[in-house]
Design a protein around this ligand. Structure first.
Ligand SMILES: Cc1cc2nc3c(=O)[nH]c(=O)nc-3n(C[C@H](O)[C@H](O)[C@H](O)COP(=O)(O)OP(=O)(O)OC[C@H]3O[C@@H](n4cnc5c(N)ncnc54)[C@H](O)[C@@H]3O)c2cc1C
Length: 396
């Protein structure tokens, strides 16, 4: 029966990085994936340009940008494999990139360049990759593990589980990582979709439908957490970076608040308009501040027909409140079908933060999205995949 020092299940971002590191250390490494290709999520990531890291991922600011039942867990791995280290590999491979916004680094060309780079490094490190091969069972062997694959039986000393989360099942996501965690006695933190568009009940949707396709810069908040980015109205509800970010914090039954005029004193603008152009329709004043259809919707909802000069302080204050704190109550999200990530996963209390090893199962490791660590939108999730994969690849 073939034996490997390290078997890695999942040829995604975290699995490939772990394979490179273990292979470079001279370990015999096999990577198994049931998909037809390695790195499918890398290929479609960042709109096809792969937002492969964020320069703030390990700075003081970056430290708050990972969600987990224990947000400190990720810091050890993140501080030992920094964005600069991944950027150095990208440069070495001659891949050009740019900072789009907020520290987010994207390839100038197709995201497949990142896959080509990782596959090339795997080959150089002597890693064996088998695709279109599933895992039927994993059992503890006398020393290490015995795996029944759909094509053969193998044994290994160390097993790294890099099967990702539940998002986008049609791209190969399965619950295998969670099943293996449970099988070996690790706890799980409840999973839910993250970085996902939010949906609304039919009545609200009917009203918002007219706005589909409109984007606006906004501050979207949930409790004390707020994101200032673009907001996009869709046929199903709300999307855009600001909504995807807040979706990771939102829970069923909660409301979100939208500031449609970030950094503007809306009350002052309205009062000035009343003084300077009292005969102008308030609706027209609003259309100067917001996309026209959005101004129209707010005007209709708040019954704002008439000249701005005729509006009392009290009524203008109502308009201001709506512009600066529009409260919306989503009924749900688009779910794993479109979620970019899965929140929750393997409980970090059962993992060693330095190596990603299961505390009570020698030789078993969990890396990447399957672990209860989820980053913000903007390259943080790949940085976690690289850093956790690196940590396990150095130890397994
Ligand atoms: C549309 C989209 C865009 C994204 N864009 C970005 C971005 O630009 N920047 C960013 O930082 N993050 C982005 N993300 C998130 C990022 O892709 C993930 O966080 C990251 O891929 C997680 O890496 P992973 O290796 O843990 O899991 P994955 O990349 O999901 O890899 C898991 C692998 O395991 C394999 N697998 C699963 N089950 C089994 C099984 N039973 N048997 C064998 N193999 C199995 C899968 O086929 C897959 O190849 C995006 C996600 C999506 C969905």
């Amino acid at each position: 029966m073939p034996h490997y020092d390290v078997v890695i299940v999942g040829a995604g971002a975290a699995g490939m990085m772990a394979a490179i590191q273990a292979g470079q250390r001279g370990r015999s490494v096999l990577v198994v994936d049931h998909g037809q290709y390695a790195g499918e999520k890398i290929r479609i990531s960042g709109g096809g340009r792969c937002n492969f890291t964020n320069v703030h991922a390990t700075t003081e600011r970056g430290r708050d940008r990972f969600l987990s039942a224990n947000p400190r867990f990720a810091l050890s791995a993140l501080s030992r494999y920094t964005p600069e280290m991944f950027i150095a590999m990208v440069r070495e491979h001659g891949i050009s990139f740019h900072e789009k916004t907020l520290g987010q680094l994207f390839c100038d060309g197709p995201a497949t360049q990142i896959n080509t780079m990782l596959l090339g490094e795997m080959r150089k490190a002597g890693v064996t990759l088998v695709l279109e091969t599933g895992v039927e069972s994993v059992a503890k062997a006398e020393s290490g593990f015995a795996l029944e694959l759909t094509t053969s039986s193998i044994t290994c000393e160390s097993l790294i589980v890099a099967t990702g989360g539940k998002s986008i099942p049609k791209m190969g996501a399965t619950g295998l990582g969670y099943q293996l965690a449970e099988q070996f006695g690790l706890r799980l933190v409840e999973t839910r979709p993250g970085l996902v568009p939010l949906t609304f009940e039919t009545g609200a949707l009917e009203r918002l439908k007219a706005l589909a396709g409109i984007a606006a810069d906004a501050i979207v908040s949930h409790g004390k957490t707020a994101f200032e980015e673009a907001l996009l109205f869709t046929h199903r509800g709300l999307s855009g970076p600001a909504i995807l970010q807040i979706s990771s914090y939102w829970r069923e039954g909660d409301s979100i608040a939208v500031d449609l005029l970030p950094h503007q004193d809306a009350g002052e603008v309205l009062r000035q308009a009343r003084q300077a152009t009292p005969k102008l329709q308030l609706q027209t004043v609003l259309a100067g501040m917001l996309p026209k259809k959005l101004a129209q919707l707010l005007g209709d909802e708040l019954d704002l027909s008439g000249m701005v000069g005729d509006f009392s302080d009290k009524k203008l204050a109502l308009v201001e409140a709506r512009l600066k704190g529009w409260t919306l109550k989503p009924v749900g999200s688009e779910g794993y079908r479109t979620a970019e990530v899965t929140l929750g996963g393997v409980d970090t209390r059962d993992l060693d933060a330095k190596t990603m090893a299961a505390r009570d199962v020698p030789g078993l490791y969990f890396v990447g999205e399957v672990v209860d660590v989820t980053g913000w939108l903007g390259g943080y999730n790949f940085q976690w995949a690289w850093a956790s994969g690196y940590a396990a690849g150095q130890a397994a």
